[in-house]
Design a protein around this ligand. Structure first.
Ligand code: ZN
Length: 416
């Protein structure tokens, strides 16, 4: 198993034109003394929306790495795959985000739950875990309840893990287990029980993506209780450090934060916690690079600006269609969206300022930003008209892609 770096950052590149700009941001961070490993991710859903193949993600990464002479590690992530969708990713990916959210809550057979409890007497009572804010105390009934809820999911993770390991070789894969796309967050004690179950199943996960409390909407800041988030995040780190020792999980095992772009209010919390404990982190972002493309095209003016305005007009007129697949991860106040006529009257910099996520900027518009964010299929439909403009205005788009990653994400997360 290739060992995963302490700090990794997932970037998406829906139209496969920004890998070089993205990598340049990692390079500039390295020059500031922070080594961060890029992971290019694209989910099965995005590939099907856009009509692309996983090999294109690998190829774009390879080209960027060669063009910039990147010497560090890098990975391509089969993002949110399941047993029925993983196969076309196996040859071109080395990082696999095994999504078992659908199996959460499916009751496991009673004898398997009983066997799990019998095997893990150490989970019952007041647990000695260094670093948790308050002692974790679990009864047998607590462990049984959690096992009932999560044992099927861990078994499903193992089925998928074994399938990938058998096909590609266990020494060639980095595994993440993801439970974030579900309704209820997992508490630190639940995370501990899940990790024990994954270890029983010999799933050598190097990252785990729980669902945290609070709202992780796409492309906008976190909405929730920051004090509670900090407490749970720190407890999760302590639980992971404990589980590595107690259950022989990979020493590189770390938390993975999905929908991690633009969570500006969480970054100082994450930076403090990783600095204090020495823990690693994987932050997964994906879709917002496409918004930087829109910002760059808006700034470029002319037909590029007109195309971005036409995306907004179509998205506005078909808002239900574009929002439906993302209904649970966006909060758009439709009454506050600017009208198509208003946006059509804007200059390029006015539109760019509305899309660009600078909290507190008087022209920033979270509603417009989220609507455009979920409407990336429009760019796929525009085809070469869109990608030709990306090529033509490469410099101005690149400037936005780099600044977004480096200044608004990497520096607050890793430098402060
Ligand atoms: Zn996710």
């Amino acid at each position: 198993m290739p060992s995963l770096s302490r700090f990794t950052f997932g970037v998406g590149d829906r139209f496969a034109h920004q890998a070089k700009s993205q990598l340049s941001a990692f390079q500039q961070l390295a020059a500031l003394g922070v080594s961060l490993t890029p992971v290019w991710n694209k989910s099965n859903r995005e590939h099907s929306f856009i009509g692309s193949e996983p090999t294109s993600v690998r190829a774009a990464g390879e080209k960027a790495v060669a063009d910039l002479g990147w010497k560090g590690p890098w990975h391509t992530d089969a993002d949110h795959i399941r047993l029925e969708t993983v196969d076309r990713f196996i040859s071109s990916c080395d990082f696999f985000t095994i999504d078992v959210a659908e199996s959460i809550g499916k009751a496991a057979p009673a004898d398997q739950v009983a066997a799990f409890i019998a095997k893990h007497p150490e989970l019952i009572g007041t647990l000695k875990i260094t670093g948790v804010g308050a002692p974790i105390t679990l009864t047998k009934a607590d462990v049984e309840k959690v096992a009932n809820k999560y044992l099927s999911a861990t078994q499903e993770a193992a089925r998928i893990y074994r399938h990938i390991a058998k096909t590609k070789g266990e020494d060639q894969i980095i595994a993440e287990v993801s439970m974030d796309e579900t309704d209820l967050p997992q508490t630190p004690p639940e995370l501990l029980i899940i990790l024990a179950a994954l270890a029983d199943e010999k799933v050598k996960a190097q990252t785990i993506a729980p669902k945290f409390t609070g709202r992780f909407n796409k492309g906008v800041d976190y909405v929730g209780d920051l004090v509670q988030f900090e407490r749970e995040f720190n407890d999760d780190l302590a639980v992971i450090a404990h589980a590595i020792k107690a259950y022989g999980l990979p020493a590189t095992l770390k938390l993975s934060l999905h929908s991690g772009s633009d969570k500006f209010s969480l970054y100082p919390i994450i930076r403090r916690a990783t600095a204090k404990t020495g823990a690693g982190i994987h932050i997964k972002t994906a879709g917002t690079t496409w918004l930087e493309e829109c910002i760059g095209l808006a700034e470029a003016g002319g037909e590029a600006l007109a195309l971005v305005k036409s995306f907004y007009a179509t998205a506005y007129d078909h808002i239900d269609e574009y929002c439906a697949p993302y209904a649970t991860v966006i909060d758009i106040n439709r009454a506050k969206l600017p009208s198509v006529a208003t946006v059509n009257g804007w200059s390029g910099s006015r539109l760019a300022n509305a899309i660009r996520h600078i909290p507190g900027h008087p022209e920033y518009d979270a509603n417009l930003r989220q609507l455009l964010h979920v409407s990336f299929k429009l760019a796929a439909k525009a085809g070469t008209k869109y990608t030709d403009l990306l090529k033509k205005h490469e410099a101005i788009v690149a400037k936005n892609v780099v600044a977004n990653l480096l200044d608004r994400h990497f520096k607050p997360l890793f430098i402060g």
